[in-house]
Design a protein around this ligand. Structure first.
Ligand SMILES: [Fe+2]
Length: 147
């Protein structure tokens, strides 16, 4: 007998923040939630073939928001004296490079299903794993310091 599990598109592609991802700083937690929400919006706009305007508006918002978030977080790491700040910043720069490549590709090819896959892996999954693993490290650093 076959057992078929039907997973909705939404479940497959939606990136969700939960409390286990908290880094112990309210503004950064809120920024992370907003970033994931915007990635979901972008993915939804691409997958459901919303207007190019919707895709462009979301990207325009992300452009500014990602920069603002990275600057805020980098400043925060400096304030708390996080020793691995430089390595962390390098990861942010690496992401920005990929993000810019993605934008060039979008400009060149328009909205394609390959691009949706990129948003899913390079953006959604990158943010999820970056928040859970890398951002979590400065949270753990503070906890250890306070003990
Ligand atoms: Fe980060």
């Amino acid at each position: 007998m076959f057992c078929v599990t039907i997973i909705s598109m939404e479940e497959m592609y939606t990136f969700k923040w939960d409390i286990s991802m908290s880094v112990g700083e309210d503004s950064i937690d809120k920024q992370h939630q907003q970033l994931l929400a915007e990635v979901n919006t972008l993915l939804d706009a691409i997958l459901n073939r919303h207007s190019e305007d919707k895709v462009e508006n979301t990207i325009h918002f992300l452009d500014g928001y990602i920069d603002k978030h990275f600057s805020y977080e980098e400043q925060y790491m400096s304030e708390i004296g996080y020793p691995d700040r430089e390595a962390h910043i390098a990861m942010h720069r690496e992401f920005t490079k990929k993000y810019n490549n993605f934008k060039s590709e979008l400009k060149a090819t328009g909205v394609t299903s390959e691009l949706a896959m990129e948003v899913q892996s390079y953006m959604g999954q990158w943010w999820m794993s970056h928040i859970k693993k890398e951002d979590k490290k400065y949270h753990l650093y503070i906890i250890a310091r306070e003990e």
